[in-house]
Design a protein around this ligand. Structure first.
Ligand code: 13P
Length: 249
């Protein structure tokens, strides 16, 4: 049985004061929860998150990472730096990184490898645009994004990674993929990995992301291949985030 994971992606939101209030609420609400919980703040707040969450069961991660280990890469952050701030996870290939910052499948695969090399758990985000869905290309797009990583790192790498299916049309739009639509794609992802290694595929956590709210979380998380959620907007509101964590219980 795969343990569910609920991860909050704060995107470019927060302040020292807001974060402290949110983290204290989350930390105080963990007893009785059986799922894993993580938060992914912007880089400058990792130190704050590390000190507030020290000793709690809540883990944390970053929203991106450089594919390079060190060097003259102004503005970039290395995986080793994230480790120093206690990160367990790092998102790679979020659709906003792909669409707004030009990250290709190959760059995402390189980031995945750099993160894993140093012991971080990459959360590989995949997902199709509305145009791609309407053109019947959903499975092909998601498989292509996944295959870039499989080709570079091998299927064994998936034993210590997480995949997040985030249909681009559902992110921040209030339009959620229906549980059936999401399950369909999650099954495609698991089958792609399963074609290479059934044991790894069965152990792989595949999160759903895109307008997850307290109202729709239970039904989504009840699907056979949905192992939790990657939460954007609702992760900034303590009551909502905690209700979503409860739904994963
Ligand atoms: P929303 O939950 O705001 O739709 O964002 C989803 C997301 O992009 C999480 O990474």
């Amino acid at each position: 049985m795969r343990k569910k994971l609920v991860a909050g992606n704060w995107k470019m939101h927060g302040s020292l004061q807001q974060n402290a209030a949110l983290l204290e609420r989350i930390k105080a609400a963990m007893s009785g929860l059986t799922c894993d919980v993580a938060v992914c703040p912007p880089y400058p707040y990792l130190g704050q998150v590390q000190s507030i969450l020290a000793g709690s069961v809540v883990t944390w991660g970053a929203q991106s990472v450089s594919e390079h280990a060190a060097g003259a890469f102004t503005g970039e952050v290395a995986a080793s730096m994230l480790v120093e701030f206690g990160c367990r996870y790092v998102l790679v290939g979020h659709s906003e990184r792909r669409a707004l910052f030009g990250e290709t499948d190959e760059v995402v695969a390189a980031k995945f490898a750099a993160a894993q090399k140093i012991g971080l758990i990459p959360v590989l985000c995949v997902g199709e645009t509305l145009a791609e869905r309407e053109a019947g290309m959903t499975a092909a797009v998601v498989t292509r994004q996944l295959s870039a990583v499989l080709n570079r790192s091998g299927v064994a790498a998936m034993a210590s990674a997480v995949v997040a299916y985030e249909p681009v049309w559902a992110i921040g739009t209030g339009v959620t993929a229906s549980p059936v639509q999401a399950q369909e794609v999650h099954a495609v992802i698991r089958a792609r990995v399963g074609a290479l290694d059934v044991v790894v595929a069965n152990g792989l956590r595949i999160l759903y992301g895109g307008s997850v709210k307290p109202q729709n979380a239970s039904e989504l998380f009840g699907q056979a291949d949905i192992d939790g959620g990657l939460i954007g907007g609702a992760a900034l509101v303590a009551d909502d985030f905690l209700a979503i964590c409860q739904a994963a219980n």
